[in-house]
Design a protein. Structure first.
Length: 113
């Protein structure tokens, strides 16, 4: 999921399609704001953690938005933004064996404080 925006989009679209969801035309904009190429190398198990956790966060954000405000079932930019924030929390709470503290950085993501 890291480094290549097009690869990320293909992965996300495929993962959402498997769950019966699609993206709106502008849904990827929040993710495109993160210069992923600036992230340092991570381990394969960390990348797997990021991919799986991000999709879970994205689906949960979409469901929560639909429950609270209705609207279209398509995954939108608001859902993407919420999922990015939730992923940051998940990374912070991840055990060292799952996501090494050396791989954690907040200098790249414009959404992290």
């Amino acid at each position: 999921m890291l480094g290549d925006q097009k690869e990320n989009e293909v992965f996300i679209k495929g993962s959402l399609k498997d769950r019966g969801l699609v993206l709106t035309s502008k849904a990827m904009q929040p993710l495109r704001a993160i210069p992923l190429h600036q992230l340092h190398e991570i381990h394969d198990h960390e990348e797997h953690f990021l991919r799986v956790t991000f999709i879970e966060c994205l689906v949960a954000a979409n469901k929560a938005r639909l429950r609270s405000s209705g609207g279209t079932a398509k995954v939108n930019g608001q859902d993407m933004h919420t999922a990015i924030l939730k992923l940051g929390v998940a990374i912070e709470k991840a055990p060292k064996e799952q996501f090494d503290s050396k791989s954690k950085t907040d200098s790249v993501c414009p959404y992290c404080t």
